[in-house]
Design a protein around this ligand. Structure first.
Ligand SMILES: Cc1ncc(COP(=O)(O)O)c(C=O)c1O
Length: 370
């Protein structure tokens, strides 16, 4: 008699195909806590006013938060001069990015993004059942012609991180406008501006201008970077009413916590703190680029709070070896083989002490090899 066949739950093949997101490490291989320069967090931390607001909010932790995050959406709309009805908050901007693929792409559709990009885009595409389509970049920057050439009748969503993580490069507003003009009107263009607050280039736009007027553009933002609230998981998106209404239908009903709402509102109100964080970055980013460039290492020009460093790969000077050496010295950077950058490390701008320390350790690594 043949054994009865055993039935097991079958994961959907498009979920099975997901290459899981790997977060920036906070500990070295030996488990030692080290300077975490691997996740593009703010070295200044959150505004003290945000901390106080979050502490106060915890008293009511037994109550569900306002599912509409109304005070937060109102504060965002006031600061950026937006229509509050078109602001949707998320559990980090990650959630908003996922919601967009879920609402607008599915089995048989394509979701496009640029090579050397943010790891959430292919995950969001596959989670929706759609096919991720990675498009070649040019000089570590999005290539508008290549993106437009890759559009097919199946393209439903195009994610553009502007500026881009992990390269730190950006597309000027004119190029984003050209991309938008060349896209079919039924493709949702998602302009992910997680690092917008760091950018001072006069030809840059965070995407809100297009999102205000175009029927197929959504701009996304986060409180995880310059606002220093990564642990609270608060982000938001802005776009046309029909798209934002669709996202509201499928988001978690209480997707932003009460502490997150309170902290983000207080953080928005403390723009002096944001100016300090920007000034810190404006000083230390070029300092790091100059110091590291002086060691003969290539760095990609960045407008963000991080720097992509390319290693020659000769005489033991590989990114992988540098990564291990720096970990031993107490500094965790991000090695990027999964983003097809095995010869690169990404370094987040840290405190003065961390910046000076990581430069000294990197110099020791380079000297050791010569
Ligand atoms: C380009 C980009 N977009 C979005 C995010 C997501 O940020 P969060 O979900 O913390 O808002 C990140 C975080 O690293 C990012 O680098």
């Amino acid at each position: 008699m043949s054994a009865p066949s055993v039935k097991r739950p079958q994961v959907k093949p498009w979920i099975d195909a997901i290459d899981p997101y790997v977060p920036g490490k906070a500990r070295t291989g030996s488990g030692r806590v080290a300077a975490k320069l691997s996740a593009n967090e703010s070295p200044l931390g959150p505004s003290p006013h945000a901390v106080a607001a979050m502490q106060a909010a915890c008293i009511d932790a037994h109550r569900y938060p306002d599912g509409g995050a109304t005070v937060l959406r109102e504060a965002i709309a006031a600061l950026h001069d937006l229509d509050v009805e078109r602001v949707v908050c998320g559990t980090g901007s990650d959630e908003v990015l996922h919601l967009l693929a879920t609402a607008y792409a599915g089995v048989g559709d394509e979701v496009m993004y640029v090579r050397h990009g943010f790891m959430v885009y292919p995950i969001a595409a596959r989670r929706a059942g759609a096919e991720p389509v990675e498009v070649a970049d040019r000089a570590y920057t999005a290539d508008v012609d290549a993106l437009l050439a890759a559009v097919t009748p199946r393209t439903r969503v195009l994610y553009l991180a502007n500026p881009n993580n992990p390269t730190g490069t950006y597309l000027p507003a004119s190029e984003v406008a050209r991309l938008h003009a060349g896209l079919p009107e039924d493709v949702v263009l998602v302009l992910d501006a997680a690092y917008a607050e760091y950018v001072s280039a006069p030809d840059y736009d965070c995407g809100l201008s297009l999102a205000r007027t175009a029927p197929n553009v959504v701009a996304t933002r986060t409180f995880s970077k310059i606002y220093g609230l990564a642990a609270e998981r608060v982000g938001w998106g802005y776009g046309p009413k029909p798209i934002m209404d669709a996202l509201n239908k499928i988001r978690g009903p209480f997707n932003v916590t009460a502490a997150g709402i309170a902290g983000a509102v207080a953080a928005l109100a403390d723009q002096d703190w944001i100016a300090q964080a920007r000034a810190h970055n404006d000083y230390w980013l070029p300092w790091l680029a100059q110091q590291i460039g002086g060691m003969g290492l290539e760095t990609v020009p960045s407008v963000c709070n991080f720097l992509l460093i390319r290693f020659p790969g000769t005489d033991g000077r590989t990114a992988e070896a540098a990564n291990l050496y720096l970990q031993d010295a107490g500094f965790i950077l991000r090695w990027l083989p999964k983003q097809d950058l095995p010869d690169c490390l990404r370094l987040t701008v840290g405190t003065e002490e961390e910046n000076r320390g990581v430069v000294a350790a990197l110099r020791a690594f380079m000297d050791r090899q010569s």
